[in-house]
Design a protein around this ligand. Sequence first.
Ligand code: MG
Length: 316
Amino acid sequence: MVYVKLEHNGYIGFGEAALPPYLPETQDSVIHFFKKAAPVLESNINLEEALTALKTLSKEDTAAKAALDIALHDLFGKIEHKAAWQLLNLEKPAPKETSVTIAIGEINLIESKLKELESFHLIKVKLGHANDREIIDTIRRFSQQPLVVDVNQGWNDKYQALEMIQWLHKQNVLYVEQPLPKNNLPDMTWLTEKSPLPLLADESFQRYADMEKILGHFNGINLKLMKSTGLGEGKDIIMEAKKRQLKVNIGCMSESSCGIAAAAQLMHYADWIDLDGPMLINNDPFTGIAFTDGKLVLPDAPGTGAILTTDLPFLS
Ligand code: MG
């Protein structure tokens, strides 16, 4: 995790890059990008121009760009006394049910883990293992809550995948994310045509430009700010997806309340949200958002609404 702070005339905006180990960006690459971006940001006092300029600095660096995009929306929101969703001309995000991931380790711990997550009404389960049915059967012994399923490219055979999806359909599952390997689009088309559940692209969908690529192969997308370079492109993605009748889940990596407060700015337009980042970490330096009765609640506050509560060792 790398946090960033932007200051202008006494106003401060915070942003965050979440860096899961399976993706190419590292702390070093993010800091390197920030250094490259510093002169651009210093000479741009307009939000739109700053965001456009950041895009031209490199092709990748999506999480580093997202961190600066989030910090810019937070900063300009505070300067203009507007929430980030207002800066983006979006509808006000009402509290929304979020899914929360149950970590599947030992089967015999599932009952106690479900108890810990009792206040949430939508559970996310990661499948793609040899004992997928046993996992779901065990959950269903203790909970009848609706489930969402993420296979993380874990099924390889389309016939078995369809059989599983048809079975999951009877288990009160709402959608299945990335059932097949990301480049296997022909089999995805076959599967989507026959699936009784919406199938969402996560690994197969990164940026706005990928929308064309996945059309017809999936029913929807999993939008994450760390993939989309932040709220600027995130807004474009969600609006275009709605226009094309794609379902949208807003997901996350393992962001703190800083990154989640940013993603929540878009949630009015999402079919589902999976913004449980702060539940997955135990060192959240931010507050501001709340999880109330399973719903993610944004505060009425300028910027993203994230508030720093501890001293972070910012470099300069
Ligand atoms: Mg996923």
